[in-house]
Design a protein around this ligand. Structure first.
Ligand SMILES: C[S@@+](CC[C@H](N)C(=O)[O-])C[C@H]1O[C@@H](n2cnc3c(N)ncnc32)[C@H](O)[C@@H]1O
Length: 240
């Protein structure tokens, strides 16, 4: 079924690897316990209209969502640096989820919740205007044209991101692949509710203040690859 014709509540087919190696017995039991404690329960997602207080059991002034966190270095360090901000991270790759859960074992995890499946299921379950920001950092590029429809940044998804962002909330997307940067920039710029914050190429070649690089980004920079930082803000539309 084409993404445009699928209903919001229907599960999306996931692409890409779910697991590359099995976990040892001891890692598996740590993983099972932590996932059971920190994963957003399916009943909550089914209920929908979620705010931070529904997910975390207490209100947070700020609320961010990281889509496709890989091994989770960025969301882990953001949560550590901003204990008063709530962070959700979605990642269907089991070994990536295990890496994050293992890395936050000795950390206060009261401001992190996770989802080990399609990030769009979380987006669909959130209430309107609740997020201060969404990170999509180095999403899978799907370089072949026939696979472009698998990219997480699609016009229809951008509309859904806009729905859940607060006015002034940010959509931050990065990549070191120029074609994908252009794709993501065009899709966001085509949405009338988003405004790019950059005034010059220097702005999108410079990380936002206080930036915490992801593992993919650090590896790329070490190999001389240039990262693009696309920051869009939700603008309020005037009522007709
Ligand atoms: C190239 S990796 C980048 C990982 C990390 N953001 C980084 O920069 O190191 C892209 C990640 O997006 C995840 N991903 C792909 N589709 C997803 C989806 N629909 N929802 C959540 N994560 C997804 C993949 O499993 C993969 O770990």
């Amino acid at each position: 079924m084409k993404p445009e014709t699928r209903k919001e509540t229907e599960p999306r087919q996931l692409f890409g690897r779910r697991q590359t190696r099995s976990l040892s017995a001891s890692k598996q039991s740590v993983f099972d316990e932590a996932l059971a404690r920190l994963q957003i329960p399916q009943e909550l997602l089914n209920r929908g209209n979620l705010k931070a207080v529904d997910v975390f059991g207490k209100p947070f002034e700020k609320f961010w969502f990281e889509i496709g966190f890989g091994n989770g270095e960025h969301v882990k360090n953001e949560a550590l640096a901003h204990p008063d901000t709530a962070f959700i991270g979605a990642e269907p790759f089991i070994n990536g989820m295990a890496a994050l859960l293992n890395s936050i074992r000795d950390q206060d995890d009261s401001n992190i919740r996770v989802y080990m499946d399609d990030a769009m299921a979380v987006v669909n379950a959130l209430a309107d205007d609740v997020l201060d920001g969404i990170y999509i950092l180095n999403p899978d590029p799907w370089p072949k044209k026939r696979h472009w429809k698998r990219r997480i940044v699609q016009a229809e998804h951008v509309e859904r991101f806009v729905r859940v962002l607060k006015p002034g909330g940010q959509l931050i997307m990065t990549t070191d692949i120029d074609d994908l940067a252009e794709w993501m920039c065009t899709h966001a710029a085509n949405n009338p509710d988003l405004r790019m914050t950059a005034n010059s190429p220097q702005d999108w070649q410079t990380p936002p203040p206080g930036w915490i690089p992801t593992r993919y980004e650090s590896k790329g920079v070490a190999k001389g690859r240039r990262q693009t930082y696309l920051v869009f803000e939700k603008v309020g539309r005037l009522m007709a």
